[in-house]
Design a protein around this ligand. Structure first.
Ligand code: NAD
Length: 270
């Protein structure tokens, strides 16, 4: 059999929003890597972050490579910012095809006995409510698109974590919020599938990004994380971004409501 040609630039003509698209300095966080890979495949990417300078740096990196991108300030915990961000996609580029809800923070520390309830609520507003608010404004704009391949009008990729599938961390907040994202994704897929909207999430394992490096993670802990994976290698933001790019493309036109692990098999062990 003759294999179909590998589609390159499979996102030509598509417009994407990526939240949390910045990263500390020239570091490589998931939002930056995702923005770069979507642009590499032809998408026009609206890079949003509450730290605008970092989103601008991501845009520079994309433009240097001949891609199309623009930056927008948005704190996803603000409904007004979410609404303005989606409006910016419509005003600047006339449409929206892909929403990548990437923002996530570690949030309140400690067990139920130790966690601060105010910190907990603030974290939920960012990690979970922010994704709902983005979808609230993004879906109506996506529904203006003519149905494309497989009847799809738009798609959403939410950033969960293997912490959303397992309990294993001393801090209760992070797995709680990521577990909510996994099931919110399934419910979004259920609510909007008949309209041609796909919703999926990715569940990365430990990736060495500025978020974890910034915590000053000791080398032995980093090494222990690497050895937990069945493949015994460390993952980075490109590994996660490649999965997002696939889910965002029409190649995944029949995939909705899934939680894709990108974890070197960590979740296969018990
Ligand atoms: P990062 O800290 O390197 O980048 C996160 C970006 O989000 C930063 O630029 C930050 O300014 C921005 N941000 C934070 N709060 C925001 C808000 N309220 N509104 C807008 N922007 C905001 O983090 P990362 O490691 O790249 O993580 C990105 C996502 O990947 C998160 O959802 C995280 O939970 C998830 N994740 C990370 C790992 C890992 O090991 N690094 C593993 C699984 C999942």
């Amino acid at each position: 059999t003759v294999l179909p040609p590998r589609p390159s630039r499979r996102l030509d003509g598509k417009v994407a929003i990526v939240t949390g698209a910045g990263s500390l300095g020239d570091g490589l966080g998931n939002g930056r890597a995702i923005s770069i890979l979507l642009a590499e495949d032809g998408a026009t990417v609206l890079c949003a972050d509450r730290d605008l300078a970092t989103a601008e740096r991501t845009v520079e990196m994309i433009v240097q490579e001949g891609g199309k991108a623009a930056s927008v300030y948005a704190d996803v915990s603000s409904e007004g910012d979410c609404e303005k961000l989606v409006k910016a996609a419509e005003e600047k580029f006339g449409r929206l095809d892909i929403l990548v809800n990437n923002v996530g923070i570690m949030g309140a520390e400690g067990t139920a006995v130790e966690a601060d309830a105010e910190e907990w609520d603030k974290g939920l507003r960012i990690n979970v409510t922010g994704m709902m608010l983005m979808a609230k404004y993004a879906i109506p704009l996506m529904l203006k698109n003519q149905p494309g391949d497989g009847g799809i009008r738009g798609n959403i990729v939410n950033m969960a974590s293997i912490a959303g599938l397992q309990g294993g961390t001393a801090h209760l907040f992070y797995p709680t919020s990521k577990g909510a994202i996994v099931n919110m994704t399934r419910a979004m897929a259920y609510n909007h599938g008949h309209e041609g909207i796909r919703a999926n999430c990715v569940c990365p394992g430990f990736l060495y990004t500025p978020m974890v490096a910034g915590d000053g993670m000791p080398d032995e802990v980093r090494d222990q994380r690497r050895r937990q994976g069945l493949l015994k290698t460390e993952g980075n933001a490109w590994d996660c971004a490649a999965a997002v790019r696939f889910l965002a493309s029409d190649e995944a036109r029949w995939i909705t409501g899934t939680a894709m692990t990108v974890d070197a098999g960590v979740t296969c062990s018990y």
